[in-house]
Design a protein around this ligand. Structure first.
Ligand code: ATP
Length: 283
């Protein structure tokens, strides 16, 4: 039996720099793991892939990314055995925090161990891209620059120490809608990804906070004002910077003081802007 904690991510920068003929978006993103995790417990089975979870709304069959990851490992390496997975979900679902991708990455790692395949992290990353653009990063974790469609990863030094407040409003945002709407427009401002990397290298948390940028944010905010409302609460409460993560609707704020982050969290809950609110940190 193996237990793994699969962590969520936020995007400090998310830029779209091109579109490939197959419709995929070429991105430049700075990814950061945060201390919000799902707990997954894996056990070998005779051949079946079985998933149980505390979250009723998640699919448990072939549509679950855990299932897809396990099936891919079985098929690629000719494993006759299977896996049973107990998923304790804490990461907000469909939130822009790579919840499904991080579970898939954990499943690749667990199958590697359970069946003693001896695969390197790089091999698992290569396999991961078949499951989704964020999966290779989730295999790696930490602070990283993600390019291409998400498969070209460069490790960065850790993000400077800070407190992160993450809030997921109770709305469903379709990633497909967000990217399609973005495609129909010019991108007015691109985030300064390379400058952000310098600020991370310098350990300059205020510099990082000042350069947060996500080209998908305007698209989502236009339709879902609550995303901007949460940002404004965080900034008024003393956040150095605040941004939507991925295609949303989760919003995070960078704070230098935990008490200010706590106050902002209470205010967000009091105003009914989000139910899922976490005070956490970069990992
Ligand atoms: P990303 O940031 O990579 O775009 P996300 O946080 O927006 O991901 P997920 O939480 O991964 O989105 O969920 C997207 C969809 O995937 C959900 O509608 C959900 O039903 C489905 N899904 C399949 N497997 C899982 C899983 N293990 N955990 C969460 N969602 C899953």
């Amino acid at each position: 039996m193996i237990t793994l904690f699969a962590k969520a991510k936020i995007n400090l920068c998310l830029d779209v720099v091109g579109r490939l003929p197959n419709g995929y978006h070429e991105v430049r993103m700075i990814m950061q793991t945060v201390g919000i995790s799902d707990k997954l417990t894996f056990e070998k089975t005779e051949g079946e892939i079985r998933i149980t979870t505390n979250k009723g709304e998640l699919p448990l069959g072939e549509d679950n990314l855990i299932y897809k990851a396990a099936a891919l490992m079985k098929e690629t390496y000719g494993i006759s055995g299977g896996v049973s997975v107990a998923l304790e979900k804490h990461i907000p679902i469909a939130a822009g925090m790579a919840g499904g991708s991080t579970d898939a990455a954990a499943t690749l790692k667990a199958m590697n161990e359970l069946y003693e395949l001896g695969l390197s992290e790089e091999e698992l990353r290569k396999l991961g891209v078949k499951l989704g653009a964020d999966v290779p990063y989730c295999v790696m974790g930490g602070t990283a620059l993600s390019e291409g469609i998400g498969e070209v990863l460069t490790k960065l030094p850790p993000m400077p120490k800070c407190v992160l407040l993450v809030a997921k409003p109770d709305i469903n945002v379709s990633t497909k809608y967000v990217y399609e709407t973005l495609d129909s427009k010019e991108i007015p401002v691109h985030p300064k990804v390379d400058e952000m990397i310098s600020k991370i290298e310098e350990g300059d948390v205020r510099g990082v906070a000042a350069l947060l940028g996500n080209v998908l944010e305007n698209v989502t905010v236009e339709r879902y004002k609550v995303v901007d409302e949460i940002k404004q609460v965080m900034l008024r409460a003393g956040a150095q910077g605040s941004l939507m993560s991925g295609s949303g609707p989760s919003v995070f704020g960078i704070f230098e003081r935990a008490d200010l982050a706590q106050t902002a969290a209470e205010e967000i809950r009091r105003l009914g802007l989000a139910n899922e609110v976490f005070v956490t940190e970069p990992v």
